[in-house]
Ligand binder design. Structure first.
Ligand code: ZN
Ligand code: ZN
Length: 396
């Protein structure tokens, strides 16, 4: 095993400059979810230049292919997401976004270039593993319903069917040179909640003649707090947050309606359904008890993400061998959502974190901010570790 680690590390080092250039190109040319046409063409071109064949498109802007080892064996899948966000980049770097208002602020440029690095490394090492590696460059992680759910519908997990799926994501809370894992449940489900409270507007001096949607909305918001504090199992983390409330124009007029937008997150599919129903029932009942009405619109998002215990444990052991025990950390539960979750409910999955922080270089901004960036040394780990985890799994 140490021979293989040595080989992969030296290939990562020698391909580092090329993968860095690839990251810079993707970073400078970001594309929004479901619009990644140039990115997909670029990925395809690069793969061809590595001598890879049988490249296929899926869901228009997804790219996939299989790499075969020296003999038959199981199939595993490796996934990178490729889309960017509607954020105006504030970094002053030579590879700053040329697509104004669009930015790789979630590190998907890093995931894509790393997976291209993995493809280049492993296409040199096909004599070192048995079985098949399915590479998945997935569009639209950032936008519901999520590229993962569409790829699954279009058959990405069939012909051949992978026995495991692996994904990595940058993590600016973890220093460069380290990676993080968490067996079991890791990230939350996320659904969008839109309430429209309807009353009857009029002069604020004569409330007895009207139905005040602001008073109703206030009652609804306070009552819905009971869902997390009184109805949720305390052992199952849940969050209900409202990020927007809008209604009315002036102090002395009761408006006709108030809109409230929020998000519900949790770690249990049964409870998720129940909680969303309670949001609906409570909102409608309170509005009606006060003489108004409430329209409830729930946009279903991603399920919770679960890392298969046994598979994640195998990856932790392999990562310790590759990185050194001290460089593999345990992750905490994370209330954000990620569409890798869809795969994790279909096949044993492992979604781990690549440390990208460097305080000395001032690289500390969070993902989804205009100043997000990474310590680019992380790319070496990004491609090398994933290549090793793939071979380790196929040969285990
Ligand atoms: Zn993101
Ligand atoms: Zn992301």
């Amino acid at each position: 095993m140490s021979d293989l680690i040595h080989q992969i590390k030296s290939l990562s080092a020698s391909y580092f400059e090329e993968i860095l250039e690839i990251r810079h190109y993707i970073h400078a040319n970001p594309e929004l979810s479901f619009q990644e046409h140039n990115t997909a063409n670029f990925i395809e071109e690069k793969l061809k230049s590595f001598g890879i064949q049988n490249i296929q498109r899926i869901a228009e802007t997804g790219v996939t292919f299989c790499l075969e080892g020296k003999e038959k064996g199981k199939t595993i899948a490796l996934r990178a997401d490729i889309d960017a966000l509607p954020i105006l980049e504030a970094n002053d770097v030579p590879y700053k976004s040329k697509n104004e208002g669009v930015m790789h602020a979630c590190g998907h440029d890093v995931h894509t270039s790393s997976l291209l690095g993995v493809a280049k490394i492993l296409s040199e090492l096909t004599d070192q593993f048995k079985g098949t590696i399915k590479f998945i460059f997935q569009p639209a992680e950032e936008k519901s319903p999520g590229g993962a759910s569409i790829l699954i519908k279009e058959g990405i997990l069939k012909n051949p069917a992978p026995s495991t799926i692996l994904g990595q994501h940058v993590m600016p809370l973890i220093p460069e040179g380290k990676v993080g894992f968490r067996p079991g449940k890791y990230m939350a489900s996320a659904d969008e909640v839109y309430l429209t409270v309807k009353g009857k507007g009029g002069h604020a001096a004569m409330p007895e003649n009207f139905v005040d949607p602001i008073a109703i909305a206030s009652q609804i918001i306070v009552s819905l707090q009971q869902i997390v504090s009184r109805m949720a199992n305390p052992k199952t983390p849940s969050v209900l947050s409202f990020g927007k409330i809008a209604g009315g124009n002036v102090n002395n007029v009761i408006p006709d309606e108030v809109k409230i937008d929020g998000t519900f997150r949790t770690f249990d599919e049964k409870w998720r359904k129940e909680a969303l129903q309670k949001i609906r029932d409570i909102s409608i009942a309170i509005a009606s008890s006060m003489g108004g009405s409430c329209e409830v619109d729930i946009a279903s998002g991603y399920p919770f993400l679960v890392n298969d215990e046994a598979y994640t444990q195998r990856n932790i052991e392999a990562a310790k061998a590759y990185m050194g025990e001290e460089n593999v950390v345990e992750l905490d539960l994370w209330m954000a959502a990620e569409d890798f979750a869809f795969y994790s409910h279909e096949v044993p999955g492992c979604f781990y974190r690549l440390g990208t922080r460097n305080e000395e270089k001032g690289i500390t901004s969070g993902v989804h901010t205009p100043t997000f960036n990474i310590d680019e040394n992380a790319l070496k780990t990004g491609m090398g570790l994933m290549a090793f985890l793939a071979v380790h799994e196929l040969n285990s």
